[in-house]
Ligand binder design. Structure first.
Ligand SMILES: C[S@@+](CC[C@H](N)C(=O)[O-])C[C@H]1O[C@@H](n2cnc3c(N)ncnc32)[C@H](O)[C@@H]1O
Length: 305
């Protein structure tokens, strides 16, 4: 894939290719390298800001036993978890993925009558990028993590080609209006400022394009989200000895917050409700009967200008 869409994440100048694995910013002289098949666009201050998050996250995912040495494991996601460790979670992920393809991307492609240009932001091991590339779309997978088990380094396991890029949500090395779709798959709630992250997503989005947020927890009441965050912190502390709270992530959404972001940024939202089955539907009622906090809901949230 040609990389003519890259810009400097600091000054936004168009980059010059000085070698197959090296791009240079003509304005501020920064070099950006492709190392092990991944373009490295994390600026030194970003590296410093995210280093503890990355170390904690990798440690937790390692403890959880995420990833596999087998390529088949990655290729089967999200429909089968060949490790058998998180099968119930992946069954849910598969449903939201199907909805994303059927209700959002296929329609967008039908309207544009061509393959889509897609940014998969917070791509993790890149399974979504692989699936979308298999449909003929041109996909850029962005994440902070480059390890081979759970980060962009897993690109080696896939049969499809996409472009793995180490960068952060709020400083994308991508030119204005590049993407037809910007997708945050189980990643938006890691943002430290939803406003800033959406503004950057809107910058790289084509005027007719769509932003999709899926598999991020949504609550009716802010207090429910705050309780979930506290529960998770003490769970991590007791299990791993650290709270994994290096970032000031927003961690969850509320319906009011979604509406407010839309109003302030000029984004119209459409909320699609995946059917996760009866047990899932009954969760709020069961929680209420047992006097527990409101459980999170997971929607496919689609934004357009
Ligand atoms: C729960 S994982 C989801 C991975 C993948 N999208 C999936 O569906 O399996 C969230 C990912 O978001 C990434 N992430 C968090 N904050 C980020 C940021 N500011 N910029 C880029 N990636 C980020 C994390 O490194 C992590 O890989």
């Amino acid at each position: 894939m040609k990389q003519e869409f890259f810009i400097c994440p600091r000054c936004r100048a168009r980059l010059e290719r000085v070698a197959p694995d090296r791009l240079t910013c003509p304005q501020d002289g920064l070099d950006f390298w492709n190392v092990d098949g991944i373009w490295r666009f994390l600026l030194p201050d970003g590296q410093a800001h995210y280093s503890r998050f990355m170390a904690d996250y990798e440690a937790v995912r390692g403890f959880e036993g995420r990833g596999s040495p087998q390529a088949d494991y990655y290729r089967a996601l999200p429909f089968r978890d060949l490790s058998g460790k998180f099968s119930a979670d992946w069954a849910i992920r598969a449903r939201s993925y199907n909805l994303l393809v059927r209700e959002v991307l296929t329609r967008l492609q039908g309207r544009l009558q061509r393959p889509l240009k897609i940014l998969d932001l917070g791509a993790g091991n890149g399974w979504l990028s692989n699936r979308l590339a298999a449909q003929g779309d041109r996909v850029v997978a962005v994440d902070l993590l480059v390890n081979e088990q759970d980060g962009l380094g897993a690109w080696k396991h896939y049969e499809q080609q996409f472009t793995p890029v180490q960068a952060e949500f709020d400083h994308l090395p991508v030119m204005d209006r590049f993407a037809d779709a910007v997708i945050f798959n189980a990643s938006f709630h890691y943002s430290e400022s939803y406003g800033k992250t959406l503004q950057e997503a809107l910058r790289v989005l084509d005027p007719a394009g769509q932003i999709v947020i899926l598999d991020s927890p949504v609550y009716r009441r802010r207090e429910s989200g705050e309780e979930m965050v506290e529960e998770r912190k003490s769970d991590f502390l007791s299990r791993y000895g650290f709270a994994s709270d290096a970032l000031e992530s927003e961690n969850f959404l509320t319906y009011q917050r979604i509406r407010g972001l839309g109003e302030s940024l000029g984004v119209r939202w459409r909320c699609i409700h995946p059917n996760y089955g009866l047990r899932w539907q009954l969760r709020p009622l069961i929680a209420w009967l047992r006097g527990r906090r409101e459980p999170a809901k997971f929607h496919v949230i689609v934004g357009a200008r």
